[in-house]
Design a protein around this ligand. Structure first.
Ligand code: FES
Length: 408
């Protein structure tokens, strides 16, 4: 039998980097230094978060003209607004006068106009600048050129995505391999069944994603999920950095109150194919988004970095309109189960964040059960080749190392 030491001995050659060409064979994690390095984080901001689609909300969050929902991400601010013409548009949530936030809070409704709270510049719901208090005091002001700055927006499977910069595949293309399965849930018809849920976590965003992407830790880390699903937690990878995890509820009744309530009360949702009626699924895409699919509801799960070693988790739950008491009870039981899972995961990732600082640790090793995590790390290295370096680059040299690794 191969021991961990043997494994480490064979998989950690006496070099400081691994070959970018060895993507298909690598079983190493990202190196520890990437989880707490300001220069690397700056590259992540530009290449991962500004250039990839970010989920802002569900179409039902912005159902009426004037409704809006916002997303702040790494110093950028997005707002999705429904116009008088019923069209959804996305803007940078920054006033063209002197950069104040024009739309406040996670969500809201503006009455006819978007009015900046600082000096009162006001914009139509389509972003055009309509009126400026004391306009004659701005000689030569060209209002036609000073609308809110538009952002790329896409609606896919009922969710609204924005992109701050760059180009690349649409979210429809990214999710194409799971689109038929997603359509069964009728997500477009859903409505919010909870408010925006935020959680501040003192760990790096990648550490949260690492944990989220693998079920290898479930038997020990989540006794409740083990009771509900057993050990049959399947994870598959798909094109465009997408993964799909799935587990089926067992028949055996749990001795835990919330889990037992969920098992007993969950109705059979006949709009779903039989094999999805008792399944929990997680569709995750690079770098930081996921849709959790339960028979009675769905939720998005999004990891928002703040700085190296600190992030926020943002989530909202949605369901088909259904006022049956057993549906409400099953949704509540699900939230209780997942609150516990979240607390267990936070303990694990906080512990890992500390462990990553140990001088004894540079990289870890990934099993075949961690296939989605391997995909996540490989995709990240393809965007940020500096992550091939096991050793932390000297201060001021991360970008140079990245360029050198790109060229190699
Ligand atoms: S910053 Fe918006 S009106 Fe002045």
């Amino acid at each position: 039998m191969t021991s961990a030491d043997d494994l480490a001995g064979t998989m950690t050659p006496d070099t400081e980097t691994v070959s970018p060409g060895a993507i298909a064979d690598t079983v190493e994690t990202l190196p520890a230094w990437t989880y707490d390095n300001q220069e690397f984080f700056a590259l992540e901001r530009e290449r991962l978060f500004m250039r990839n689609w970010q989920l802002v909300c569900h179409v039902s969050d912005v159902a009426k003209p004037g409704d809006y929902m916002t997303l702040d991400l790494l110093g950028e601010r997005a707002a999705v607004v429904r116009g008088r013409d019923d069209k959804l548009r996305a803007f940078v949530n920054v006033c063209r006068h002197r950069a104040a936030r024009v739309l406040a809070g996670d969500k809201g409704t503006c009455q006819g106009r978007i009015v900046c709270p600082y000096h009162g510049w006001n914009y139509d719901l389509d972003g055009k600048l309509k009126a400026v208090p004391a306009e004659t005091s701005f000689p030569g002001l060209n209002k036609a050129k000073l609308g809110l700055v538009p952002l790329a927006l896409e609606i896919a499977h009922g969710f609204v995505f924005v992109r701050f910069d760059g180009s690349g595949p649409s979210m429809a293309e990214i999710l194409a391999s799971v689109a038929d399965m997603l359509r069964h849930y009728r997500i477009e018809e859903m409505v919010p069944i909870g408010s925006v849920w935020w959680r501040e976590i003192e760990v790096d965003w990648k550490n949260v994603m690492d944990n989220y992407l693998e079920g290898y830790h479930v038997p020990l880390g989540h006794p409740g999920l083990l009771r509900l699903f057993g050990r049959d937690y399947r994870v598959a990878t798909h094109p465009h950095g997408v993964s799909l995890a799935r587990a089926e509820l067992r028949d055996k009744e749990s001795d835990n109150w919330s889990e037992r309530a969920y098992q007993r009360l969950l109705p059979e949702f006949t709009h779903l194919p039989e094999d999805l009626r008792w399944s929990w699924q997680y569709v995750t895409w690079f770098p930081n988004g996921s849709i959790e699919l339960y028979p009675e509801q769905v939720a998005f799960f999004q990891v928002i970095p703040e700085r190296p070693g600190k992030c926020w988790v943002r989530a909202v739950s949605y369901g088909l309109p259904d006022d049956r008491r057993e549906v409400s009870a099953a949704r509540f039981a699900n939230w209780r189960i997942n609150d516990k899972v979240q607390a267990e995961d936070e303990f694990l990732v906080q512990d890992v964040q500390e462990g990553l600082k140990s001088r004894s640790y540079s990289v870890g090793y990934l099993s075949e059960k961690e296939v989605a995590l391997r995909l996540f790390h490989d995709t990240l290295r393809s965007h940020l080749p500096a992550a091939w370096s096991r050793k932390e680059p000297a201060p001021g040299s991360v970008e140079a190392v990245d360029q050198a690794m790109t060229a190699s």
